[in-house]
Ligand binder design. Structure first.
Ligand SMILES: [Zn+2]
Length: 465
């Protein structure tokens, strides 16, 4: 969808409505990367840490022939052959005889559509709110890692090749590393680490003000909010997640610190807290919680995006008849009210992303929840190709990864989904997953997750004796 975000406005060189508040801050991609030569290789995450120039990805190459390609750029689906070398897409060529790389694995995808891997911007991979988990193990790191491993399979088999984890146990960064090294099967993980909130903040109600609370970092006062942001950065955060409650000073300090470190900030908040977060320069707002038309207009004008996540609330309303007992949800809301917020966001031209927030055991319903969320977006007037564009290209922009992910173009990382049918005309076909390739490696075959057996170049852990 061609609605400019703050990031794309910056790339286009237009005047930012929210200028960086720190001289030489790194809150725009152009700022963060100004000292990087285009030839430099960096980590494939928003931190963009320099790495050596050794070849990356698996040694082989893969060619997908005979399929329709929906490349995510806005172009209509058409017959093309996709060539993947190591972990990158290198060519998209018209069907016919071609010079494949020697020894390429050629996969016939006739009757199927090839599209960019889907992205889910709102997960909690280590979440422990499942009835079968003993209370004593909810915050247990080992159990949390196993929960993450189990969940990742559901995501990858649904064609979701990237997730953004917006609040997990500290071990989330090890899950990210294991997937990155192809030692575990799953989607790419971009993680916030712990979510930062004030005492009594959302989801942390009743936990008191001790700063360390498993998936929470309870912060008090502007300086402590800065410290909390730096702690997540130090652990490896790819972005920062904050939730109400906070003061104006706290949210301003947290966002300023994150931007200075080159990290985007997303906020789970409601009513006037949205106003304060938008004033402070937040990059996006999670959930469909109540807000004024005035702040929706300001979100649109400042390029503050929205990740509406309607589907988890639909499950809550169905299961519990409403949302009760939360001091950060002190308003009446329901399915229609949430859809109304989404409609108003869409009408105002706010950039929309796709996330599902599948806590408890809802991940076991995948791929249905992801499809339901896409259909929610269709229900407010977006076309199916536009919605697929949000799930891929726009979601990559909101991750600050659109130069490496989100479309099928030469030079992009090879995260590719192959489904039977034509999901760009019949959205339900999106669930007919056949192949998934992530980082140049086949990770789903015949709809079932597989663990690559090859040793990957450059992926071996450093030896320590
Ligand atoms: Zn959440």
């Amino acid at each position: 969808m061609p609605i400019p975000t703050r990031l794309s406005l910056a790339v286009a060189g237009l005047v930012l409505l929210s200028a960086p508040s720190v001289a030489n801050a790194q809150d725009r991609p152009a700022d963060r990367r100004r000292f990087l030569l285009p030839s430099s290789q960096t980590t494939d995450d928003p931190r963009r840490v320099l790495v050596g120039n050794a070849p990356r990805g698996p040694d082989g190459s893969i060619v997908l022939t005979g399929g329709r390609v929906f490349d995510g750029t806005g172009a209509p689906a058409r017959e093309l052959t996709v060539v993947i070398e190591r972990n990158k897409i290198t060519r998209l060529v018209p069907p016919g005889p071609a010079n494949w790389p020697t020894g390429a694995r050629v996969i016939d995808v006739k009757g199927m559509t090839v599209l960019p891997g889907l992205i889910d911007l709102h997960t909690h991979l280590t979440d422990g709110q499942i009835a079968t988990i003993p209370p004593a193990l909810v915050n247990d790191m080992a159990d949390g890692m196993l929960r993450g491993i189990e969940r990742m399979r559901f995501y990858i088999e649904s064609g979701i090749t990237t997730v953004r984890d917006v609040g997990s146990l500290d071990g989330i960064f090890r899950l990210k590393a294991w997937v990155g090294e192809h030692r575990a099967t799953g989607p790419r993980v971009f993680a916030a680490g712990r979510l930062i909130t004030g005492p009594g903040g959302h989801s942390a109600e009743g936990l008191g003000s001790d700063p360390d609370q498993a998936i929470f970092r309870i912060a008090s006062g502007a300086d402590d909010w800065r410290k909390a942001v730096r702690e997540q950065f130090d652990r490896g955060a790819d972005f920062i997640k904050i939730t109400s409650h906070f003061s104006r000073d706290e949210v301003r300090a947290g966002i300023e610190e994150a931007h200075a470190l080159g990290l985007l900030v997303t906020c789970d908040c409601e009513t006037f807290y949205i106003d304060w977060a938008v004033d402070a320069g937040v990059d996006m707002i999670e959930h469909p919680l109540p807000r004024t038309d005035e702040v929706i207009q300001r979100m649109a004008a400042k390029g503050v995006a929205s990740i509406p996540t309607l589907v988890p609330y639909q499950y809550i309303f169905d299961d519990d008849g409403g949302y009760f007992g939360s001091t950060s949800r002190r308003f009446t809301f329901g399915k229609e009210a949430n859809l109304d917020v989404l409609r108003r966001l869409k009408t105002a031209g706010v950039t929309l992303g796709v996330g599902t927030d599948l806590v408890t055991d809802w991940y076991r319903r995948l791929p249905a929840p992801y499809l339901t969320e896409l259909k929610n977006l269709v229900s407010v007037g977006l076309t199916v190709p536009e919605v697929l564009g949000l799930a891929t290209k726009t979601n990559a922009v909101l991750l600050d990864m659109d130069d490496k992910l989100g479309t099928l173009e030469p030079g992009k990382l090879a995260d590719v989904l192959v489904v039977r049918g034509t999901p760009d005309t019949n959205l339900d076909d999106l669930t007919r997953v056949e192949w998934v390739i992530r980082d140049g490696e086949v990770v789903v075959q015949g709809g079932i997750a597989v663990l690559p057996s090859r040793t990957r170049t450059g992926a071996a852990p450093a030896k320590r004796y």
